[in-house]
Design a binder for this molecule. Structure first.
Ligand SMILES: [Fe+2]
Length: 464
């Protein structure tokens, strides 16, 4: 046997083993015990919250996708002294073009926000680096971003995944570890800053500090936002009863581009992925706006163009941690049959401050009056990934239900982030990276197979 043939066979065997990884059936509860590191918020005078200098300098800069297909970004920033011009100068080599934005502000109890600018920069070319400048004179600040490749079934793209981040030393570790990765955009799974843990006007102040804290990443690549329970901000004792008031003023989303009526419920297409953002804390039972919108959006998914169908929601539908156990059950009942029918690839959630990956299971046969009440293996079901352990002040959820349910493939209570490397229309390499003593360590990896395109690859047919 020639060395070439031998190498080729080894390669094939590795490929098949990797391809079959998500179907392995030995559920594992990690024995890793993280070292103690207090889950306390970083003091406001720490340099991670440094305020940009210069008169009326732009602050809390962040970008997100601005349209349905990735040819636009929304640039958001805050000015604090005067509104100032709402203008973004941008271009491929120098900032010769410009776009005008809008300005808003709001109060929360007696806190008064700065002037919040949202500027749509559209008509961009795919797969192109753009530079942008905001602010005037000595206060001007410069950043850059890279647009995604055009919509294509084989477009490779790497997403970072972070949830429940907060603003502690653990949060900083997670964010810095993510920034060392090759992630090109972040799927953020809700619970941004945990400002609602504070009293009265400090709530708004901690929204501001988190905007400055996250800017080191959010100014340079789009973060795709979903809302969690810490964004609800329903505080009747303070006279504040408008859900998501802080979030919606500060974090724009392209909801109108997907014909949604709700800023916290929308969809985008990016590279080879169709991403659907749901709100666990907005009405979702039959006939509500979210239910009707999702039913319509799922019919628009074209797996020939965007093979990867990804759904984001804050509360996991399959979770075997003691924390928040069964909280997602009502949404599971409302939507799971659609997720199976449309062969969703992954459902990404946060909320539980720990990590868990599921096998492909469903429980759609159970209807209270008849059927098997237990989740069963289902090749058409999504993989559920719970990544709610960015590092917030509430600490880890380390109590798991025992025995480990059959649907649970791997679970561990550590702070972390994940990366999802979409390679082509059939394969995506997923990694979970725990924070470990100041370093990032890959602690769970799996090759995920596309639910629409992957049946039997030609390589596997040869071997079989
Ligand atoms: Fe949460």
């Amino acid at each position: 046997m020639s060395s070439w043939t031998w190498s080729f066979q080894v390669l094939l065997i590795c490929f098949v083993l990797l391809s079959c990884a998500e179907y392995s059936k030995a559920g594992l509860t990690s024995t890793f015990i993280r070292q103690e590191w207090p889950s306390t918020d970083i003091p406001l005078d720490n340099k991670v919250f440094a305020v940009p200098t210069g008169p009326n300098a732009p602050k809390q800069v962040h970008i997100t996708q601005g349209d349905y297909d990735g040819k636009a970004v929304i640039v958001s920033l805050v000015t604090t002294e005067i509104p100032g011009p709402s203008k973004v100068q941008y271009g491929k080599s120098e900032e010769q073009l410009h776009a005008e934005g809008t300005i808003t502000n709001y109060t929360f109890y007696q806190y008064k926000s700065g002037y919040i600018h949202h500027c749509l920069v559209d008509g961009l070319e795919y797969d192109t680096k753009y530079y942008y400048k905001i602010g005037k004179g000595a206060s001007a600040r410069k950043f850059w971003f890279h647009t995604p490749p055009k919509i294509d079934p084989d477009a490779a793209y790497t997403f970072g995944i972070i949830g429940d981040l907060g603003q502690t030393y653990n949060s900083l570790s997670t964010l810095e570890h993510y920034m060392q990765s090759k992630g090109q955009a972040v799927l953020f799974l809700g619970d941004l800053c945990y400002a609602d843990k504070y009293k009265k006007n400090d709530i708004g102040i901690r929204w501001d500090s988190w905007g400055r804290f996250a800017e080191r990443s959010t100014a340079y690549q789009p973060w795709i936002w979903i809302v969690g329970n810490h964004e609800i901000d329903y505080r009747p004792e303070l006279g504040e009863v408008l859900p998501f008031k802080n979030f919606i003023h500060r974090y724009a989303t392209p909801f109108l581009a997907s014909k949604s009526s709700d800023p916290v419920c929308y969809a985008i297409r990016r590279a080879s992925a169709h991403i659907i953002v749901l709100s666990s804390y907005s009405p979702f039972v039959k006939y509500t706006p979210q239910w009707r919108w999702l039913r319509e959006e799922l019919t628009k998914v074209d797996r020939e163009k965007t093979p990867w169908l990804i759904v984001l929601m804050h509360v996991p539908l399959y979770n075997s941690n003691e924390a928040y156990f069964m909280e997602g059950e009502s949404m599971r009942v409302a939507f799971e049959s659609w997720f199976v029918q449309y062969k969703v690839d992954f459902i990404l959630s946060g909320h539980v401050h720990a990590y868990e990956r599921s096998y492909r299971f469903s429980n759609i046969r159970y209807n209270v009056s008849a059927g098997d009440p237990y989740p069963v293996p289902d090749k058409s079901a999504p993989v559920y990934l719970t990544i709610g352990d960015g590092g917030n002040q509430e600490g880890l959820a380390s109590g798991y239900r025992d025995p480990q349910p059959e649907y649970s493939a791997f679970r561990e209570a550590s702070y972390c982030h994940s990366t999802l490397e979409i390679m082509n229309r059939t394969h995506a390499l997923y990694h979970w990276h725990r924070n470990y003593d100041g370093n990032k360590v890959t602690a769970d990896s799996v090759m995920l197979l596309n639910q629409y395109w992957y049946v039997l690859s030609p390589v596997m047919v040869i071997l079989l």
